[in-house]
Design a protein around this ligand. Structure first.
Ligand code: OAD
Length: 248
């Protein structure tokens, strides 16, 4: 076995590659971004059906834009935390590595990750509500009450997946394929109740991967994982990586 092959085996003897990570809102909580569920969660304060559905955008696009502008400003003032940074470090060290996120905040990219499967889209992209046009827009806030599509002039919306909408099939398939061939999956800061994302770890488990979950509390996924590490993502991930990172 060559030195480079040895780096792909965990110190504990389990395969490190292919390595897949699935993140949720909990990984950004320590950056100051509220999660969706639980104490202080966004969906406790706001009704998702009023703000994150295609029907709500049709009914009142200005209200939906006010909500997303508020979120844009909040995220623009937040920095990636140590957990985002550790994942970026892992990407640079592990060749066969896939990062899948449900988050739309862009903090994985801000931390230095280069390949991220953003299952639920990005708050930093807009798309036309009528045609196929998509573009980056990092203004916070977007100054117009409802921005217009540069191609056709119809109202633009955040390029995020709303309740009742389908995920981008190509991104979802890439995520499922990565899970199906993984040997190790870390699941960080997700309540694991929103599908289809919540089923991705089960794809990995059915394929024989080892599953490690990091969360403040047990989730519906906990009975199916090999290990649940309870505590904040910054601390738990740093400790896990220190215990398991390959040594040449
Ligand atoms: P949730 O808000 O449902 O769950 C956040 C999870 O993070 C919970 O299980 C918390 O216990 C955990 N958590 C909180 N703080 C943490 C910390 N510091 N370290 C580790 N874990 C922590 O968020 P998601 O599972 O991401 O979808 O939600 C999934 C989807 O539901 C979101 O992408 C969004 C939402 O509606 C759309 O908008 C389409």
């Amino acid at each position: 076995m060559t030195g480079s092959n040895e780096t792909r085996i965990l110190m504990t003897g389990i395969d490190l590659e292919p390595f897949v990570v699935l993140t949720g809102a909990g990984i950004s909580a320590e950056s100051g971004i509220p999660t969706f569920r639980g104490d202080g969660g966004l969906w406790e304060k706001y009704r998702a059906v009023d703000l994150a559905t295609p029907e709500s955008f049709q009914r009142d696009p200005e209200l939906v834009w006010r909500f997303y502008n508020w979120r844009r400003e909040m995220v623009a003032n937040c920095m990636p935390n140590q957990a985002h940074k550790t994942l970026a470090e892992i990407e640079h060290l592990i060749p066969d590595y896939t990062l899948i996120t449900q988050n739309i905040d862009g903090l994985h990219y801000a931390a230095g990750s280069q390949n991220v499967l953003e299952l639920h889209g990005s708050i930093w992209r807009l798309r036309c509500s009528a045609c196929e046009e998509r573009w980056e827009d990092r203004r916070a806030p977007v100054p117009e009450p409802v921005p217009a599509c540069p191609a056709c002039g119809e109202p633009a919306r955040p390029d995020v997946v709303w309740f009742g909408e389908s995920l981008d099939i190509k991104i979802l398939q890439k995520a499922q394929q990565a899970a199906a061939r993984s040997r190790l999956m870390l699941i960080i800061g997700t309540s694991a109740i929103v599908h289809p994302a919540a089923a991705i770890p089960l794809v990995a488990r059915n394929a024989g991967a080892r599953l490690v979950e990091i969360n403040m509390e047990a989730t519906p996924l906990s009975p199916y994982v090999d290990e649940t590490l309870l505590g904040p993502a910054t601390e738990q991930l740093a400790e896990w990586w220190l215990r398991n990172r390959p040594h040449n």
